[in-house]
Write a protein that binds this ligand. Structure first.
Ligand code: EPZ
Length: 430
């Protein structure tokens, strides 16, 4: 079983290049099959989730060519099978994007109910409500969601909660519906805008993405395009917090600083210096970290996907901090693991009360999900002694070459495969 072995204590110093946004890529890959023409997508991160999505596209007859590690050419022309039933689709929550894409293009889709990171109940009622508003018949049978329509027609949808997934999914289907669709209380995350830009580059007419109200004028068909995915806001934020927690000095390159504002603001508040330039952000942590309070919120609020990383930092700050999780109800599972490393954190319902400690100590722990796993790696980088993290498959769902990028910043981290390799790491790092 693969593990990360980490010897903590080195401040991270240097530069790191951020890859394409995983969550934008998942939707854009799915949307690429909505035309019979070829689509070229650049800056696709080479992570497990995007690879599973491409396998899913191939499983229904789509053609995916890898031109290089981050560039793919996709053709959905030969897709005839509208049923996604392979086991691997259960592995990624974003399989629901194939529902919107296939329903839009073929007016029928059957997709396994989504799996994904176990971070709480993850209903899809808003997706279903949106498809129904477009005139589709949607039912759940034998573990599948089946959506079909004679014709899709524009509709008016008010999302009961701000949801990234449903906003994108319904937007995709609506692009090829007849007439105008209005999505109110839409999610405003950068990847919602990126998917809208991608679809517009294929001939869709979407206005207002990035605001609460998205207006879509249906078109009869989409055409091919070439598109570059935006940088990953959460990968960038993870490295920014890694700099803070290890008292380092890291320049995070190839980012859109505007997308990182809530993250930069919290880092400044807890005592880091954050310098922004056109496409980079430098985080310098030369002072002890101070406490703060934070609540996760839809964009432009502080992202839920950064909640474990900030909690790890606040666990080492002076004073008491409060972190409130308002998006997913089960996103503090990693706190038990962090407690094994010496953190003093009490979780009550959706709130963590954190009493800062002066240090973490290395321990054997498991990654409970993607972002929590990355946060525990950061904790290990700051800890005294060796930390061994199991279940790194979760981390590899969303971070490309995580340990290599960290090594390049001076971290002592290795991906080990056996007890022997772990012993070798222990001997090497002392
Ligand atoms: C996306 O999940 C991301 N996943 C998540 O990334 C991210 O944490 C989340 O958005 C929030 O930003 C992908 O993009 C593949 P939501 P998604 O729909 O779309 C409720 C990561 O680590 N809701 O915005 O599933 C839901 O329960 C991950 O990369 C409904 O009630 O999230 C939640 O409370 C994990 N009904 C809130 O909305 C619905 O039909 C936001 O969920 C849909 C959602």
């Amino acid at each position: 079983m693969e593990q990360y072995a980490i010897k903590g204590g080195n401040p991270l110093v240097g530069e790191v290049e951020i890859g394409g946004a995983k969550n934008a890529a998942l939707a854009i890959l799915a949307a690429s099959i909505m035309t019979d023409e070829t689509v070229l997508i650049e800056n696709v991160p080479d992570v497990r989730d995007t690879n599973v999505m491409m396998q899913a596209i191939e499983s229904i007859g789509g053609i995916v060519e890898h031109l290089d590690r981050h560039t793919v050419r996709i053709s959905g022309k030969s897709i005839t099978d509208l049923v996604i039933e392979d086991d691997f689709i259960k592995k990624i929550r974003a399989s629901y994007y194939l529902l919107g894409a296939l329903l839009g293009k073929h007016k029928k889709a059957q997709v396994t109910l989504p799996g994904g990171c176990n971070i709480g109940l993850r209903p899809i009622d808003q997706h279903i409500k949106g498809f129904r508003a477009l005139g589709a018949d949607v039912r759940i049978e034998h573990g599948f969601i089946i959506a079909e329509a004679e014709r899709l027609r524009g509709g008016h949808i008010y999302m009961d909660v701000v949801t990234v997934g449903a906003t994108i999914d319904v937007m995709m289907a609506a692009v090829l519906a007849e007439g105008q669709t209005i999505i109110e209380n839409a999610a405003k995350e950068p990847h919602v805008v990126d998917v809208a830009n991608f679809l517009n580059s294929m001939g869709a007419v979407i206005r207002g993405a990035g605001t609460d109200v998205i207006r879509i004028k249906g078109v009869p068909k989409l055409h091919g395009t070439e598109y570059t995915i935006i940088p990953d806001q959460i990968e960038a934020g993870t490295f920014m917090f890694a700099a803070a927690v290890t008292k380092g000095d890291v320049t995070v390159k190839n980012v859109i600083p505007k997308h990182l504002e809530s993250i930069s603001a919290k880092l400044t508040e807890i005592g880091c210096e954050v310098e922004e330039s056109d496409d980079a952000v430098r985080v310098v942590a030369s002072k002890p970290l101070s406490h703060t309070h934070v609540k996760t919120l839809p964009y432009p609020g502080f992202p839920t996907d950064m909640q474990p990383q900030i909690t790890v930092a606040l666990g080492l700050s002076r004073g008491t901090s409060i972190v409130t999780e308002s998006i997913f109800e089960n996103r503090f599972k990693y706190v038990d693991e962090l407690t094994r490393m010496g953190a003093s954190i009490k979780v009550e319902s959706n709130t963590a009360i954190i009493d800062g400690v002066s240090k973490y100590t290395g321990a054997s722990i498991s990654a409970p999900d993607l972002r929590a796993g990355a946060a525990l790696v950061i904790a290990g980088l700051a800890a005294e002694g060796t930390t061994v993290i199991d279940d790194i498959k979760f981390i590899e769902r969303g971070y490309e070459d995580f340990h290599i990028k960290l090594q390049n910043l001076g971290a002592q981290i290795e991906r080990v495969n056996s007890e022997r390799e772990l012993q070798k790491f222990r001997l090497k790092t002392g």
